[in-house]
Design a protein around this ligand. Structure first.
Ligand SMILES: Nc1nc2c(c(=O)[nH]1)N[C@H]1C(S)=C(S)[C@@H](COP(=O)(O)OP(=O)(O)OC[C@H]3O[C@@H](n4cnc5c(N)ncnc54)[C@H](O)[C@@H]3O)O[C@H]1N2
Ligand code: MOO
Length: 392
């Protein structure tokens, strides 16, 4: 058995960054931008009013008076210069003219004709957002999976089209005579295929196209037929049939199809019978069948492989620190990825590993928001000790 880190390095070596395409922002959500984007302008491009009111020049205090000499609104600049004692009627989003000290909000002003007087409610300001406050021309947005806020930022930078990586195609193959699809009527000795839905969602959220292929039965012909359907995929992910039982066919069929195996069996709990390699040039990841095992391995191996194909220069999972809320016994010879709850404490994140860690328990996984990582042979840990975790 090799270590998780060694296995991850071998898995990542099976994939390469894919090519790019240029997309308008409206089609770029959840796509990976592999190179930084550069702002074409300052934002805001001018000093801008942050409130509706009056731009003023000169000492401002309750009772101070100013003469209103013009008006500016968003998209309608006033092109003069304000002098001491003068004010400009101004609305949120309008350029603030040169010389103005502040914008006094209209709630703090009484107006009579062209004259305004600041009331006792006057609270200062300045309610002016300086030019380039958000970003300046030449500032960059780093490589990333584009979230909604990133799209708004790119738009604001006047980046209309963005270069994104082609979405990796992930073919997901569930295997087993005991499986039927949700909604079908199972026999007494059957269960509902579940793992594939979590893995599909994980892959999609990471920026991939994830195809669920038909369930392969526990015989060579069926498995071969479903492998054939995976043609064209960038990554083939199988679920189950990875262990040592008489009906665990994935390793054999993959080998018969010409799989060049990178590893089989790793020092990980859950996830021991994991395998990876290449079949006719396509990367393949063979996940164990237990639901939690397959989904945990999806986080630790499938997602990094997808990120590497997308061009993420740091695809490996990054552990965060948290303090234990309860002691943990010594760990054994396999790194343990425990299902756990993280919550914010007064001095940073606190983590609690669940008591039940059987790799068949989807209810426990659904309650978890973290994997608490115990290294191989980790000694007993006390309440308050720092441990590493991965948000899930
Ligand atoms: N003698 C040994 N037996 C087992 C070992 C071992 O080392 N020696 N390892 C155990 C470990 S650890 C795991 S993990 C499992 C993995 O086995 P497989 O990858 O061959 O998985 P299956 O036997 O096909 O299935 C295991 C379990 O999960 C259910 N399953 C499978 N696919 C799905 C799916 N898509 N959706 C929902 N549930 C699924 C399946 O019905 C089984 O109950 O092997 C141990 N055995
Ligand atoms: O490694 Mo198995 O994945 O413990 O359940």
């Amino acid at each position: 058995m090799i270590s998780v880190d060694a296995a991850l390095a071998l898995a990542l070596a099976l994939v390469r960054p894919l090519g790019t395409e240029i997309l308008p922002l409206a089609r770029a959500a959840n796509r990976f931008m592999p190179h930084p984007a550069t702002a074409a302008r300052d934002q805001p491009p001018f000093a801008v009013a942050a409130m509706d009111g009056y731009a003023t020049v000169g000492p401002a205090h309750p009772g101070a008076q100013f003469v209103v000499v013009g008006e500016a609104a968003a998209g309608h600049a006033w092109h003069g210069t304000l002098h001491p004692g003068q004010a400009l009627r101004i609305f949120t989003g309008a350029p603030v003219p040169p010389g103005a000290d502040r914008v006094v909000i209209q709630e703090d002003v009484t107006r009579s004709g062209d004259q305004i007087t600041l009331t006792d409610a006057f609270s200062g300001g300045p309610h002016i957002r300086p030019k380039g406050q958000d970003f300046k021309a030449g500032d960059t947005l780093s490589a990333r999976l584009l979230r909604p806020a990133d799209l708004a930022l790119l738009a604001s930078m006047n980046v209309a089209n963005v270069s994104v990586t082609r979405r990796p195609i992930v073919a997901i193959i569930a295997t087993g005579d005991e499986l039927v699809m949700p909604g079908e009527v199972p026999r007494d000795d059957q269960i509902i295929a579940s793992n594939s839905f979590a893995l599909q969602a994980l892959a999609k959220n990471a920026g991939a196209i994830a195809r669920l292929l038909p369930i392969a039965r526990d015989d060579e012909a069926s498995l071969r037929a479903v492998f054939d359907l995976a043609a064209g995929a960038d990554l083939i992910v199988t679920i189950g049939g990875a262990s040592v039982g008489d009906h665990d066919m994935v390793g054999k069929v993959a080998a018969d199809l010409g799989m060049d195996r990178a590893f089989y069996k790793i020092a990980m709990r859950p996830g021991k019978p994991l395998m990876a390699g290449k079949i006719n040039g396509t990367a393949m990841l063979g996940l164990p069948g237990n639901p939690v095992s397959s989904i945990v391995c999806g986080h630790i191996f499938m997602l990094p492989m997808i990120r590497a194909m997308l061009g993420d220069p740091t695809p490996a999972p990054v552990l965060q620190p948290a303090r234990l809320t309860a002691p943990l016994p010594a760990n054994g010879p396999r790194a343990h990825y425990m299902r756990a709850q993280v919550k914010q404490g007064t001095d940073g994140p606190l983590i609690t590993g669940f008591d039940r860690q059987d790799s068949a328990l989807l209810t426990v996984l659904a309650d978890a928001n973290a994997l608490l990582v115990r290294p191989v042979d980790d000694p007993p840990r006390n309440t308050g000790d720092l441990v590493g975790y991965l948000p899930i």
